[in-house]
Design a binder for this molecule. Structure first.
Ligand SMILES: [Zn+2]
Length: 84
């Protein structure tokens, strides 16, 4: 089973495979997605590709949840009138 490693810097992520394949991406999610495609097309390893794709989805979910912190709190219903 080929092994994928990710080498991250603050701005780029390099996906590396045992076979010597490497792909530069801007995000960890993108790197995992490239790795998934590589594992499926070159190594025909569907299980490893699925694992890499799950890592990709985990990264995109994490990115989405931190991108819009205000949206959750902005849809506040009208406050009940304060009693005097
Ligand atoms: Zn490979």
């Amino acid at each position: 089973m080929p092994e994928i490693r990710l080498d991250s810097t603050p701005f780029t992520t390099l996906a590396l495979c045992d076979c010597g394949w490497r792909e530069l991406s801007g995000t960890r999610a993108g790197a995992w997605r490239c790795a998934a495609g590589h594992l499926k097309s070159v190594h025909s390893d569907l299980q490893a590709a699925r694992t890499a794709l799950n890592a990709h989805y985990a990264c995109t979910r994490r990115a989405r949840s931190t991108t819009h912190p205000r949206q959750a709190g902005s849809k506040r219903a009208g406050r009940p009138p304060t009693k005097k």
